[in-house]
Design a protein around this ligand. Sequence first.
Ligand SMILES: Nc1ncnc2c1ncn2[C@@H]1O[C@H](COP(=O)(O)OP(=O)(O)O)[C@@H](O)[C@H]1O
Ligand SMILES: [Mg+2]
Length: 270
Amino acid sequence: MTEPVTPVPGADEAQARADAAREQHLAAADGAILRADNLIAGYLPGVNILNGADLYCHPGELVGIIGPNGAGKSTLLKALFGLVKIHEGTVTLRGEEITNKRADSLVTLGIGFVPQTNNVFPSLTIAENLQMGCYQAPDKYADRFDFVTDIFPALGERRGQRAGSLSGGERQMVAMGRALMMDPSVLLLDEPSAGLSPAMQDEVFLQTRAINKAGVSVVMVEQNAARCLQICDRGYVLDHGRNAYTATGTELANDPKVIELYLGTLAKRD
Ligand SMILES: Nc1ncnc2c1ncn2[C@@H]1O[C@H](COP(=O)(O)OP(=O)(O)O)[C@@H](O)[C@H]1O
Ligand SMILES: [Mg+2]
C-alpha cells in the first residue's frame, strides 16, 4: 500500500525561486563563448548523472565549479568535451551548436581539456608531450611552445626530461601546457590542484590565472573550493548533477548556505 504524497511546505515557493533563478541565468548567458543548457547526460542507459545542468562562460571569464564528491563535476566537463553522451540539452561554442561532437573536432574548434588523472604521456619527454598537444596542426608548435614556456618556464628548461619522472605539480604543468598547444579559446580544467602540496596548489592557481589573463576563457572544476572561489570571476555549485547556485566567486564564498554545505571547515578556518 502506498502512502499519499504530502506536499512539502514551501515547495511551490522553492520551485518559483528556482524558475526565477533559471530565467535570470538564461538572460545572463547571452553572448557566452561556451554555453550548456539543461544538460541531461550519463554513462549508462537510464542512469542520468547530469539532471539539467546549465553553464555559461563569457569570453575572457574564469568560471569555477565546486560541489561535493560525486556531484557530476567531472561528468559535466566530459559532456562539454564530447566524452559523455548528452541525452538532452545543448552545448554551444560561439553560438554554434556542438552537442555530442567528438573531442578531436572540439579541439580544432578551440576547446582544450585537461582531465583530472592520466593527463600526460609518462614515457614521453616534456617537449614530446607538448608536440602531442598540437599533432593536428604541427605548424603551430614553435609559436605555441613559446607561449606555453612563458607561462611555465620550467617546461622549457626541462624539455628533454621524461614526464614520468616529474613531480605531481610539474606533470600538471605539462598537462595544462599540452592543452594550450592548440591555442584554445576555452580551457576546461578538472581539479588541477588535486593531490598537490599546498605550495604547488598555490602555484597552479596562479598559473591558471595567468592563462586566463593571457586571453583564454577558463572553466575550472576544483576540490579546493575556497581557493577556487577566490580566483574565479564567477562560480557554480553543482549538486546532484544540477546547478544549486551561481554567483560571483566572492558572493558564493560569503554565502552562509554555501559555507555550511560546501566549504565547511575550509572556509571557517579563515
Ligand atoms: N565512467 C563512469 N561510468 C559510470 N559511472 C560513472 C563513471 N564516472 C563517474 N560515474 C558516476 O557519476 C557520478 C558523478 O561522478 P563525477 O562526475 O566523477 O563526480 P565529481 O567529479 O563531482 O566527483 C558518480 O556517481 C560516479 O560514480
Ligand atoms: Mg571529479
